[in-house]
Write a protein that binds this ligand. Structure first.
Ligand code: F3S
Length: 769
């Protein structure tokens, strides 16, 4: 089909420097002895800052070698941008080293279509954007990942984003990696950004999606196979004939939810559908440059490239899948979902359907859903439960409105919310089902407890937008639109025919209300004053953390950490949502003192099994022995008692939320010992000057508890540069028992410098000045 395209944009700042990248890749290839490379390797290795130096020994081992990379772009959402910018500001630079953008999406309230802006924060972000030459997407412009896909993403590019679903841009054949603000600051300050060379998992797609199955079902199915930990330290690289049948936005959905299995990112070879999407969104010059780079073999894997593992998926065999509740990897094929609900003893009742978000609000998604809405309307049906739709961008909102897609949804009872994250991140003023067990179905990507409506009892099941929509007409979880019928007012049973969507609008995209968009070419305006009110409760300038070492630290153990008191042993799943809750706390993202009040408030103490309870064995007579977790952390800070946490497996999974590292550090945490860490969070801890250690023997987890004292042995050797030095922990239990345990770590030499300086930012500042 032919589609009208947006007018061609000036693409000079968004076209990857392909000639340079190909040249650099040739250098790397030679250093590595000419072995065939996967696509992900090509993109990563062509962005190595100084290959001749870092790969001089010809050794690059996936899962071992640390790469120093130069990303081409940074994107930040409003919630995480605050802390990223506060940090960037304290690095003392005049402008950003790479093109960067800020997107106001998370902080917008999307209840009942209303939109309340947070003027103070947006004024701060806008003034900082103006000062440093950053593109500023105003509230109403849309969700970061959709806007990046529509405007900035390009095949072969390496981008960092301060949000865990940044990999969404992989739908355009690039590597987009979700990081904390401190990593973004690396790129923005031109400091090489460090990443341990990930393992590469090849996902070979064959066959053809049919019936109700969509790319969402592909990733829901894969999440079930891989689990939330299966992608840790790995890039998912899709290949095979099945890739080429999918729309670019459909691939973006798959890449988006790679975050749910903990993958570093996901990517695909350059396809004609990507070219069509680039052209339709006004970026034909990028498409032409990519076409040329593709002829040089840059945008696909080499013949014979080796993957660490290959997973085969036959798309022809995929059926719609429903994942949840409470974890995105609990995958149930739709045909078995009704029985699953019954087995669990849950009410066969759906209480709301939500579609859209950064994961699934493409033109294709929306037209497929509208197709179902039209079928249902013709049969005299309207939705049985609240049905909310969140468009991903102003461009999508305006385009679907023009094409009567919105009307088709509203006709059957849908409520269209603001172009923002909305209910996906808890900005949902839900009036019903308070503190009541209930089930919702969403086309979002994440379903941790309390995430959407603040109710821990709300079970969020993830499904494709079309399955969510069909189910909303039934109001029952056991409804299977593939096989079941619905009663209609006329008495005749109604069965949906499988939905059909259109990947690109025939009449082209329309940009909509351009007042939300950034002003053209934002040259830095150094005289701009960044707006932070001194009495602000939302924003606070960042004070550098002091180092645990050296003069003024009060540490008598030289380059070992001072003796640390264990604050608590955290049991089980502890995501960044547990460490730094979202919802109402989002408003304090730029105010470290205020937001720290939520530290670990939903984490479970392994000693006693209670949530948000910690023990203070050194309490004053006037104080109780137990308090909330932030309560005890504050007592430690007041006593200048540095402390440690003992935590379970995959600590810090879920998101790039760096507050989950900043907050414990703010209260004086110096070390976290885990059975295992989630990658992004582990890096965030290192950036903030907290030492992450892994139990060499996971059973040692249970041997340390609150009030015990832990001391590092061997850290000094490591900080002094002794290669392969190991760190042991000397544990002095409260009962006087003393023993040592071995640990492992992933600290590189640069990261050891950060630890020594007190934080990565302290180190960067000392380099600039
Ligand atoms: Fe926003 Fe939810 Fe995506 S919070 S960025 S819509 S995962």
């Amino acid at each position: 089909a032919t589609h009208a395209a947006l007018p061609e944009k000036d693409c000079s700042s968004i076209t990857p420097p392909y000639a340079k990248l190909v040249e650099k890749l040739d250098v790397v290839r030679k250093l590595l002895g000419g072995r065939p490379l996967t696509l992900a390797e090509k993109i990563l290795y062509s962005h190595i800052a100084d290959p001749e130096q870092s790969l001089a020994d010809g050794k690059l081992v996936r899962g071992e070698t640390y790469l120093q990379l130069s990303p081409e772009r940074v994107a930040m959402q409003d919630a995480s941008a605050q802390m990223a910018l506060l940090q960037f500001m304290s690095a003392g630079m005049a402008k950003c080293a790479v093109p960067s953008s800020i997107h106001c999406d998370h902080l917008i309230q999307a209840a009942n279509g209303a939109e309340a802006d947070l003027k103070e924060v947006f004024d701060f972000l806008e003034s900082a954007a103006r000062k440093y030459g950053i593109e500023f997407w105003r509230p109403g412009s849309g969700i970061i990942h959709q806007i990046v896909l529509e405007n900035y993403a390009a095949p072969g590019m390496l981008m960092l984003g301060t949000d865990s679903h940044t990999p969404n841009a992989g739908g355009l054949g690039m590597l987009a990696i979700g990081v904390g603000g401190a990593d973004a600051v690396d790129a923005m300050t031109g400091t090489p950004w460090e990443l341990k060379a990930p393992h590469i998992v090849g996902v070979r797609l064959t066959g053809q999606l049919n019936g109700w199955a969509t790319t969402k079902d592909l990733i829901l199915h894969l999440a079930g196979k891989l689990t939330v930990r299966g992608g840790t330290g790995r890039i998912l690289e899709y290949f095979g004939p099945g890739v080429f049948n999918q729309s670019c936005t459909g691939l973006a959905t798959v890449a988006n939810m790679g975050a749910e299995v903990g993958a570093t990112t996901s990517t695909f070879p350059y396809t004609p559908n990507m070219r069509a999407y680039l052209t339709a969104t006004g970026r034909a010059p990028v498409a032409r440059a990519a076409d040329d780079a593709a002829t040089k073999g840059f945008l696909a894997a080499d013949e014979g490239a080796e993957y660490d593992e290959v997973i085969d998926i036959n798309l022809s065999e995929l059926e719609p899948t429903v994942n949840g509740p409470f974890t995105p990897d609990l995958a149930t094929p739709l045909s078995k979902f009704g029985a699953f609900v019954k087995e669990q003893g849950w009410k066969d009742e759906l209480s709301a359907g939500l579609i859209g978000s950064c994961t699934n609000s493409s033109y294709e998604d929306m037209t497929s859903v509208a197709d179902l809405a039209k079928q249902a309307k013709a049969a005299g049906l309207t939705v049985k439960v609240p049905f909310l739709c969140t468009p991903g961008s102003e461009q999508i909102r305006a385009t679907i409105e023009r094409d009567n897609v919105t009307d088709a949804l509203k006709d059957v009872g849908a409520v269209v919310l603001a172009n923002a994250c909305g209910p996906c991140i808890g900005q949902w003023k839900r009036e019903d089902k308070k503190d009541e067990e209930n089930a919702i179905l969403t086309s979002f990507n994440r379903n941790f407890k309390s995430r959407n409506d603040g109710n821990r009892l709300t079970m969020n099941f993830l499904a494709s937008p079309t399955i969510v929509t069909a189910m909303a007409f039934s109001g029952k979880l056991s409804f299977n639109p593939v096989t079941d019928t619905l009663p209609t007012p006329s008495g005749a049973p109604f069965k949906f025919t499988p939905p059909k969507g259109q990947d690109l609008p025939t009449a082209g995209f329309t940009p909509g209300e351009t007042a939300f968009y950034p002003r053209p070419t934002p040259a830095p305006q150094p005289d701009t004053e960044v707006v932070i009110r001194p009495d602000s409760q939302r924003l606070e300038r960042l004070e550098p953390f002091s180092s645990h070492f050296g003069e003024g630290s009060g540490n008598l153990r030289g380059l070992e950490l001072p003796p640390l008191k264990v604050l608590m042993r955290v049991r089980g799943k502890c995501t960044t949502d547990h460490i730094s809750a979202a919802g109402p706390w989002l408003k304090y993202k730029g105010h470290l003192t205020n937001i720290s009040e939520n530290l670990l408030i939903t984490a479970m103490n392994d000693e006693g099994g209670e949530v948000n309870v910690a023990f203070d064995h050194d309490h004053e007579p006037s104080q109780s022995e137990t308090d909330t977790i932030p309560g005890v952390a504050k007592r430690f800070k007041a006593r200048k008692q540095p402390w440690a946490l003992v935590v379970d497996d995959n600590y810090g999974e879920g998101s790039a939320r760096e507050h989950a590292a900043l907050q414990p550090r703010f209260y004086g945490c110096a070390m976290i010992v885990a059975r295992s860490f989630a990658r992004i969070h582990e890096t965030n801890l290192k950036k903030q000057g907290i030492l992450p250690l892994w139990f060499a023997d996971k059973a040692d987890y249970s041997r340390i508890g609150a009030g015990d004292v832990v001391e590092t042995i061997g850290l000094a050797d490591l900080l002094n540069g002794t290669p392969n030095a190991t760190i042991k922990l000397k544990v002095t239990r409260r009962n006087g028992e003393v023993f040592e345990i071995p640990t492992k770590h992933t600290m590189s030499s640069d990261q050891l410098r950060w630890l020594r300086a007190g934080s990565a930012l302290n180190h960067i500042r000392s380099q600039i000045n």
